[in-house]
Design a protein around this ligand. Structure first.
Ligand code: INS
Length: 272
């Protein structure tokens, strides 16, 4: 299965207590990483020349193709964790947005749009015709002196989308959303909601000890899209919840997939 993922790869500066870690990030990174064992993945991104080569190599070694479009800056975030699930975000630098003519229209089974800093214009979403998944996070962010805030947006563009993900706060920023086939609304480690063709469901994330939650929404969106392409909604949701928990626990896309499938049976989903 071929999957194209579009969004800025980022330089993340992660601060927890008095430890500071710098590494590659971005929604596109996490979505690509978790799908690498299952799909032919291509990432289309904008980063600057000084983006560490070894970070790209880490992805290429997993068979991920990276198409780099030039940019003066790399999108850089400081993520300051207050506890496991609470963080404050600061934008330190921003790469250029994508232009519609830079996005290929060639066939791929899934296109995942995973922006982190308004880099994907709505026109690009509207122009794409394939199975589109997208994360709302990078459409509703607003930056005031680097501080990340939310802005309300007209969400009628979701109509042509198959799968969209937002966290509860991001979802509130959508004005008049014409819901996609599946809308996933996560709430950290707490109960989330999925709206599938007008019907609402609650789902419980699996309780597993996780060291860190960066990339949780990005991996959930990618897993769900992959499973939903092949299985009915309910099965795809349970598998996506389970695989996300395994990824966050192991922080590698390679874990015991049979165990994750087995655990999917324990995921509680309830129609409301
Ligand atoms: C992270 C991650 C998050 C996103 C952050 C990004 O690497 O992808 O989902 O919210 O902006 O820096």
């Amino acid at each position: 299965m071929k999957c194209i993922i579009i969004g800025h790869l980022t330089h993340d500066i992660i601060i927890r207590g008095n430890t500071k870690t710098e590494r590659i990030g971005g929604g596109a990174y996490y979505s690509a990483l978790v799908l690498s064992p299952f799909c032919d993945v291509e990432v289309i991104t904008k980063i600057s020349k000084s983006f560490p080569r070894k970070w790209l190599k880490e992805l290429e070694e997993k068979g991920i193709k990276i198409t780099v479009l030039p940019s003066k800056e790399t999108t850089t975030y400081e993520l300051r964790y207050l506890d496991e699930n609470t963080r404050s975000l600061k934008l330190l630098a921003k790469a250029e947005p994508f232009k519609p003519e830079e996005i290929p229209h060639e066939n791929s089974d899934i296109v995942i749009l995973n922006p982190v800093a308004n880099e994907i214009p709505i026109e690009i979403v509207n122009n794409l015709k394939s199975f589109i998944s997208l994360d709302v996070q990078g459409f509703v962010r607003d930056f005031k002196d680097g501080k990340v805030e939310f802005k309300k947006i007209d969400a009628s563009f979701l109509k042509g989308v198959k799968v969209a993900h937002a966290d509860v706060n991001e979802f509130r920023m959508l004005i008049d959303p014409k819901l996609p086939d599946v809308m996933l609304i996560s709430n950290g480690a707490d109960r989330g909601e999925a709206i599938y063709r007008g019907n609402r469901y609650h789902f419980e994330p699996l309780k597993m000890p996780v060291a860190e939650t960066t990339g949780a929404g990005d991996s959930f969106l990618a897993y769900f899209s992959y499973f939903y392409k092949q299985c009915p909604f309910m099965q795809a949701l349970k598998k996506a919840v389970s695989f996300t928990a395994f990824f966050l626990k192991h922080r590698t896309p390679f874990f015991d997939f049979d165990e994750a499938i087995e655990n999917a049976k324990n995921v509680e989903v309830e129609k409301i």
